[in-house]
Design a protein around this ligand. Structure first.
Ligand SMILES: Cc1cc2nc3c(=O)[nH]c(=O)nc-3n(C[C@H](O)[C@H](O)[C@H](O)COP(=O)(O)OP(=O)(O)OC[C@H]3O[C@@H](n4cnc5c(N)ncnc54)[C@H](O)[C@@H]3O)c2cc1C
Length: 495
């Protein structure tokens, strides 16, 4: 007697006699087919394709409906193209500094058009990989625009023409978001673009005005600044990156201004007028009305959930304006219909959409999972990079939490010195009572990779001693996290 192959988690014992094994396997297979749940996912962005793959892994019969390119905003108009361009700017910076390392290079030039072409190749390559993954998981890809017509019915206006009706036991809404155009005079004028428009450009603007100093606006500002464009950022709030720790936005503002960027905070834009082919932005700041003219104006003032076409209200599904309302299991007001990603919040992050995709798919397949949005890392791929997780010092103060703050500057890091990086810091916030680490904020080299360790530290509730007693290789960037944690006690070794 040997254990039979486990299907659907069940292990039984059968006789080794071959026909017995075959019969048993067939019985289990038919049982599994009978239990197969049909899942339809609307939207093929990071939330949607992750949900589709997870549901398929769990045995679901999955259909994914996408009206445009697979990969959604993230792959086609967001995370990946921006990082491909920022990486090109970083390479340019390295080549320009090569002499510092004793490397002689001739005159350095670049083509923005070729950088944009490389960006497109990178996107295409990843999209091909995604198509392969869907095929591998036997997910049916339906190309068209979906609409909910009932809790188990979806109607698709096919891209190739015609309408297709899909019946599904579970539906996952992952329709994402689109950029907001504010209701500002001139916001739809010539030379005024959103992130979608800017990423489609193949020529570099000489002067760029960015309206909005959040993550999207600042990444574009940093990119074009590095390439030599004259950049002005207009932000209504008193600081850029207003959700980051105050020290982070102060440090980044200092470094950007030193590099020649104009940062106008507390500036309220009132109108955009296109005079003689160039957009001029009028803004009010400290009681004065001023103007700035650019070649291109980027509107980076937020995004909006793309749920209008889904027909949600008609089927009685509750929304808060465009955002779909969900519970902790990511189920909507209609049983068996789930929603994830930017569709539930308008503006979001790809890794949050993906984490929600897993939770929604597992719930759709009969498990009981709740989403944990406590520890969502935030990253900015500028130079220097920025990354953070947990409480800011200001949030801790507002919550009345007694904390100690430790800072380690990259100037004191051996590894950073080998890379020629000196700017920025790692800031650790720990509770005063038991030294549990509750926040980590990094400005500097490899911040976006280093934050992964900080997320683990917070997730497992580690304190300063536990982190300090975890050996870190030398020389590495990760050592700075330990040093900053020790600095909360005034005990950093290298500073
Ligand atoms: C410039 C920029 C840079 C960014 N950089 C980062 C970053 O570095 N890191 C990060 O984490 N996040 C980043 N983001 C945010 C990230 O792109 C989004 O949070 C993420 O893509 C959301 O994923 P999603 O699956 O919810 O939706 P989306 O990626 O928006 O995908 C939704 C998909 O649904 C499709 N769809 C919509 N309606 C229908 C319908 N009715 N029928 C069929 N299909 C439909 C759309 O065509 C789209 O493909 C960036 C965003 C922008 C704009």
């Amino acid at each position: 007697v040997v254990p039979a192959p486990s299907l659907g988690g069940a292990t039984t014992s059968v006789e080794t006699e071959p026909s017995g094994i075959v019969q048993e396997a067939e019985a289990l297979l038919s049982q599994r087919v009978a239990n197969e749940v049909s899942v339809t996912v609307i939207g093929g962005g990071p939330g949607g394709y992750t949900a589709a793959i997870r549901a398929a892994q769990l045995g679901g019969k999955v259909t994914l409906v996408e009206r445009d390119e697979l990969g959604g905003t993230c792959l086609n108009r967001g995370c990946i193209p921006t990082k491909a361009l920022l990486e090109a700017a970083e390479t340019l910076r390295t080549v320009r500094r090569a002499r510092d390392w004793g490397i002689e290079v001739g005159p350095v030039s670049f083509s923005f058009e070729k950088m944009a072409q490389r960006m497109q190749r990178t996107v295409k390559q990843l999209r091909t990989g995604l198509e392969f993954l869907l095929e591998k998981h036997k997910i049916e890809l339906v190309r068209g625009t979906a609409r909910l017509v009932g809790p188990t019915q979806v109607e698709v206006q096919m891209n190739a023409g015609g309408v297709r009706a899909i019946q599904a036991e579970r539906i996952i809404l992952a329709a994402g978001s689109v950029p907001v155009r504010p209701s500002l005079p001139g916001a739809d004028g010539l030379g005024v673009v959103t992130s979608d428009g800017l990423l489609a450009m193949t020529t570099q603007p000489e002067r760029l005005i960015v309206i909005g100093g959040g993550a999207v606006g600042i990444e574009f500002a940093a990119l074009f600044q590095e390439l030599g464009t004259q950049v002005t950022v207009l932000e209504m709030l008193p600081t850029i990156l207003p959700t980051e720790d105050r020290d982070v936005s102060v440090e980044l503002s200092r470094l950007f201004e030193r590099a020649g960027m104009t940062l106008l905070t507390g500036a309220r834009v009132t109108e955009i007028v296109n005079l003689a082919g160039e957009p001029t932005v009028t803004y009010q700041r400290a009681g004065t009305t001023s103007e700035v003219t650019g070649e291109v104006v980027l509107l980076a003032v937020g995004r909006k959930a793309e749920t209008e076409a889904l027909g949600l209200r008609a089927v009685g599904l509750e929304c808060d304006r465009a955002n779909v309302i969900v519970n902790d299991r990511l189920e909507t007001s209609l049983r068996g219909v789930y929603a994830i990603g930017d569709a539930v919040r308008g503006v979001g992050l790809a890794h949050l959409a993906m984490a929600e995709g897993v939770v929604a798919a597992e719930n759709a397949m009969g498990q009981h999972r709740e989403i944990d949005r406590e520890l969502v890392p935030n990253c900015l791929y500028t130079h220097p990079e920025v990354a953070s997780v947990g409480l800011t010092e200001q949030a801790a103060q507002q919550a009345g939490l007694a904390v100690r703050v430790g800072k380690f500057t990259w100037r004191a890091s051996g590894r950073a010195a080998t890379m020629g990086e000196r700017e920025g810091f790692v800031k650790v916030i720990a509770r005063e009572d038991d030294e549990t680490i509750v926040g980590v904020h990094i400005v500097g080299p490899r911040a976006t990779d280093l934050i992964a360790e900080a997320v683990l530290v917070l997730k497992f509730g580690m304190n300063v001693t536990e982190l300090a007693e975890t050996m870190h290789a030398h020389p590495t960037f990760a050592e700075a996290l330990v040093e900053a944690a020790l600095a909360t006690r005034g005990e950093a070794i290298h500073q």
